[in-house]
Each structure stands twice: as C-alpha cells, then as structure tokens.
Design a protein around this ligand. Structure first.
Ligand code: GDP
Ligand code: MG
Length: 204
C-alpha cells in the first residue's frame, strides 16, 4: 500500500491507467493535467515518453499534490502504460508498487477483444508481482462513448465487470474531458478509504 512518510506527514499514492493500445489512457492524463484545479493542490509537469507518432513508449507520468486527508499531504502519481502487446516488460515495470488502477476500455465494438485481452494481461502481470485484482482497488472507464460504433454499456459490463463484487464503472469521452474527473475522483476516494481503514486497524 501507499508509501507513508510519518515524519513529513506525506502520503504517496501510485495510480496506473491500464488498457488496450489507443483506448485513451494518455488522453486522460492530458485532460487531468490541463483541467485540474491548481487552487486545491499543485500539479507537476506531465512527462510523456512518446514515439514520433504520439504512442506512449514507456509511460506518461503526472504528479498531483492535494491535502486529501487532514494533516497529510497526499501525492498522487498518475502513470500510464504502453498498450501495445509487445511492451509487456514495460507494463510489468510500471505496475511495480501500484496502489490503484484505472482500466480504460475502448468502447468501439471492434475493440472488445483488445479490451478483454488487456484485462487478462493486467491480471497476469499483477499475479507476477504477487498481487491480484482483489487486493488492488480499481475502477473501469468505458471511453470513446462519443463514437457511433460504441458498444452498449451492459455488454461492456458483462465482459469486464462480471465478478462477484462489481467495481465502479464510468462512461467517458476523454478527448472532451467527459468522465475523466469522475473516474479519477472515485479511484482516489477508494484509495484514501483503504488507507484510513488500514491505519485505523493498525492503531487498534
Ligand atoms: N473520439 C474519441 N477519441 C478519443 C477519445 N479518447 C481518446 N481519443 C483519441 O484516441 C487516440 C488514442 O488516444 P491515447 O490517449 O493516445 O490512447 P492510449 O494509447 O491509451 O494512451 C488519440 O487520437 C485520442 O485523441 C474519446 O473519448 N473519443
Ligand atoms: Mg498512451
């Protein structure tokens, strides 16, 4: 779980945006960077390591600072992974130390197999880190809802959110900043709850 520095009262939380190539992970971070309220917290620079064609090569990284819990300065570190199938070693590296995950699915019908494959790849990579989707809070974002070939929500829920305990899911059009902050707010809230619960349990 998150890195806590009791001396400086700092909480560091790592959130990874995962999903198939071209689903909109980088766009989510670009929108957060462009629209986050600087009055409430400070944001750092968005660092992108991209190829010339704008594809994420290693990761995108955006630090956001906020006072989310009384007395604790909280640093959220947002990362994306490259979605292309061949970059799996990179995805495994970026997942190290992950606290929470946003799975960005592409709503276009023809991308359903990519979505399912990417989700399975996420589970497999977590397993290789001795983690599982049961321990790591995550939310789903069904992105690109603005496109005419978007599959029905129910179908995507059936494919990606069909477990005993369903996780929160959101529709999005990241390129119009729709659903971006709803998604981010939910995962940060889930992580802060987890942090508070764990520290209460430790104190009890
Ligand atoms: N129509 C539409 N295009 C989007 C949306 N989100 C992202 N895109 C576009 O999809 C392409 C891939 O997005 P990107 O964020 O680079 O995907 P990534 O590979 O997951 O990081 C870019 O051309 C984006 O502008 C969306 O909600 N609707
Ligand atoms: Mg990207």
């Amino acid at each position: 779980m998150a890195i806590i520095n009791q001396a400086t009262k700092e909480l560091q939380v790592k959130i990874v945006y995962y999903g198939p190539a071209l689903g909109g992970k980088t766009t989510n971070l670009v929108q957060v960077h462009g629209n986050v309220q600087t009055a409430q917290g400070s944001k750092g620079k968005l660092v992108s390591l991209a190829t010339s064609s704008d594809r994420t090569l290693f990761f995108d990284f955006l630090p956001i600072e906020a006072v989310a819990i009384k007395g604790y300065k909280t640093k959220f570190q947002l990362y994306t992974v490259p979605g292309q199938v061949i970059y799996n070693t990179t995805r495994q590296l970026v997942l190290r130390g992950v606290d929470g995950i946003v799975f960005v699915a592409d709503s276009q019908y023809e991308k359903m197999q990519d979505n399912v494959q990417s989700f399975a790849n996420l589970e497999e990579n977590l397993r290789s880190l001795n983690l599982s989707m049961v321990d790591i809070p995550y939310v789903l974002q069904y992105n690109k809802r603005d496109l005419p070939n978007a599959a029905p929500m129910e179908y995507m829920e059936f494919l990606l959110n069909n477990r005993e305990v369903q996780v929160p899911s959101f529709t999005g059009s990241a390129s119009k900043c729709e659903g971006v902050f709803e998604t981010l707010n939910m995962i940060t809230r889930m992580l802060l709850h987890k942090f508070i619960n764990e520290s209460q349990r430790r104190a009890a």
